[in-house]
Design a binder for this molecule. Structure first.
Ligand code: ZN
Ligand code: FE
Length: 255
């Protein structure tokens, strides 16, 4: 049985995710922006909290850890490389490692770029990858600590995962990402139809996260830097994918 995954809106535009194993009744959380919102969701469902998985050190992903650990005794997992600036870790993990979560295999991928030591959690048995501020719906995280080359390598890693999985990213930035994506590929039909769906979802207050990996591959400009037609649109025919990615990221920073 795949994990039951619940999206929990937190703060103004963050998402946290509850991962519930229906057989054992155990629950994990990916990122802890706001203990109150997460506690309310757990209480409404009659769940407790056994594990907290952290993607990176930014306050809007870890601020809820202390009160949740205190209330539930949840065990905390995060990147060993970032242990010095994460809440105290019960399980420190490295790129390429796997660990067991209530009988489900979780693979750890280093996806540095937004921060150094940012990790993603891929759960093959649930067709889910938790990317937070690395790969985002129609976008990617701003490069606060890493280089464009690091982010391109991280995104390339995610692009090699199966296309039929869902991408659980950390923020509702999709509508503004969409406006930018259109400046790169104004005539991409998949992008245009995705934007119509995004606008109608947001019009009724619905989340646009998670999103299908295949849809990201077809529409997210940051995953398309290697495509000849995108290079041509940018006047960069023949350029290396990392150079094209760098240009797209630069344009987004001043968009
Ligand atoms: Zn962040
Ligand atoms: Fe964030």
């Amino acid at each position: 049985m795949p994990l039951e995954i619940v999206t929990v809106p937190c703060l103004s535009d963050n998402y946290a995710f509850l991962l519930h194993d229906t057989e054992s009744g155990q629950t994990a959380l990916v990122d802890a922006p706001d203990a109150d919102a997460i506690t309310a969701e757990l209480t409404a469902r009659g769940w407790t909290l056994d594990e907290i998985l952290l993607t990176h050190h930014h306050w809007d992903h870890i601020d809820g850890v202390a009160p949740l650990r205190e209330a539930y005794g949840a065990k905390v997992t995060g990147a060993a490389a970032d242990a010095h600036r994460l809440p105290k870790l019960d399980r420190a993990v490295n790129d390429g490692e796997s660990f067991d979560l209530f009988g489900h295999e979780v693979q750890v991928l280093d996806v540095s770029g937004h921060t150094i030591g940012h990790i993603a959690f891929y759960i093959p048995g649930s067709n889910a990858v938790f990317t937070a501020d690395s790969l985002m719906a129609l976008g990617c995280g701003r490069l606060f600590e890493g280089t464009p080359a690091q982010m391109w390598e991280s995104l390339s890693k995610l692009m090699r995962l199966p296309a039929d999985i869902l991408v659980y990213s950390g923020h509702e930035y999709t509508q503004s990402n969409a406006a930018f994506a259109l400046t790169i590929e104004p005539d991409n039909p998949a992008l245009k139809s995705r934007i119509a769906q995004i606008d109608s979802a947001r019009g009724t207050g619905k989340a646009t996260v998670p999103s299908a990996m295949q849809l990201e591959l077809d529409t997210n400009p940051f995953l398309r830097a290697h495509l000849p037609k995108v290079k041509e649109l940018l006047g960069m025919a023949g350029a290396e994918p990392v150079e094209v990615f760098t240009e797209i990221r630069k344009r987004k920073d001043s968009f």
